[in-house]
Design a protein around this ligand. Structure first.
Ligand SMILES: O=C(O)CCC(=O)C(=O)O
Length: 263
């Protein structure tokens, strides 16, 4: 799959790109069907909310489930990433589902991913791409991601490590910087039915509020990073930044339609 020139222009201008209807209802149903088993596992890959035992993020999914092993090689994710980066040697840095359970799903503070990739993992350049697939309908009510348009344009913003706000350690952007960036570019919260996809870059400032609604919100997230920009520090566990730098090879477009994946 190739992005059109106007989609590439929008990605370069805004720092993120929404791709409505990228995955079918059937493909999403297959991905969703695997979550109850994965979330039930008591493993370090499953991070639970600070205020409850509910799973907040479930990592390392391509090593834990055959459907997600295909999703991380799906050409509708991998091809656009290769196209944007002009590089066909990308490895799976992270593969997870961020679940934001009805009523209890907690916030993701304002941040950009590279701050954590750089400070924790010694990644040199902000090249990684984060590719999302909505597994539930994302609305204004159930904790959508909010992007600060154009916040990628002036290089990495100052950050500080926040170990307090949630159960997940995150390098976050302070309120003064957020206010300045919002004044410059404004905010946007992409919404849409299951199967909608999003692509955003490593210094794109974003966050998401708590889910106060009665509607759950799960999103699959794949981070692909060029092999030439791999991590140089190995203090975080493998599921937070995978150490297998083998470049991903895209599968066929029907890889989620194959019968064996439905087992
Ligand atoms: O799932 C969310 O609401 C936030 C996810 C996020 O910030 C990320 O994938 O970097």
């Amino acid at each position: 799959m190739r992005l059109k020139p106007e989609q590439l222009d929008r990605f370069q201008r805004d720092g993120f790109l929404t791709l409505p209807g990228l995955f079918s209802a059937k493909e999403v149903a297959l991905m969703r069907a695997r979550l109850p088993r994965l979330f039930a596992e008591r493993v370090p890959e499953n991070f639970r909310e600070k205020a409850s035992d509910v799973v907040r993020t479930a990592m390392g999914l391509h090593l834990r489930d055959d459907v997600y092993a295909r999703v991380v090689r799906h050409p509708r994710l991998v091809d656009p990433a290769m196209q944007i980066l002009g590089d066909d040697r990308l490895y799976v840095q992270q593969a997870k589902v961020n679940a934001k359970e009805a009523f209890t799903g907690e916030q993701w503070q304002w941040h950009y991913d590279f701050a954590t990739h750089h400070h924790e993992d010694g990644v040199k350049k902000p090249l990684a791409l984060n590719l999302h697939i909505f597994l539930d309908e994302v609305t204004e009510f159930n904790g959508p991601l909010i992007f600060i348009r154009g916040s990628h344009r002036n290089g990495p913003a100052p950050t500080a490590l926040d170990l307090v706000s949630t159960s997940y350690p995150l390098w976050t952007v302070g309120n003064d910087t957020v206010a300045r960036l919002v004044a410059e570019g404004g905010m946007e919260a992409p919404k849409g039915p299951p199967g909608t996809a999003l692509i955003f870059g490593d210094i794109m400032v974003h966050g998401s509020p708590a889910n106060m609604s009665p509607h759950p919100r799960s999103i699959f997230s794949l981070i692909l990073n060029p092999v030439g920009n791999a991590q140089t520090r190995f203090k975080r566990p493998d599921h937070q930044h995978h150490r297998d730098f083998t470049p991903v090879t895209p599968l066929g477009d029907d890889c989620l339609a194959m019968e064996s994946a439905a087992a």
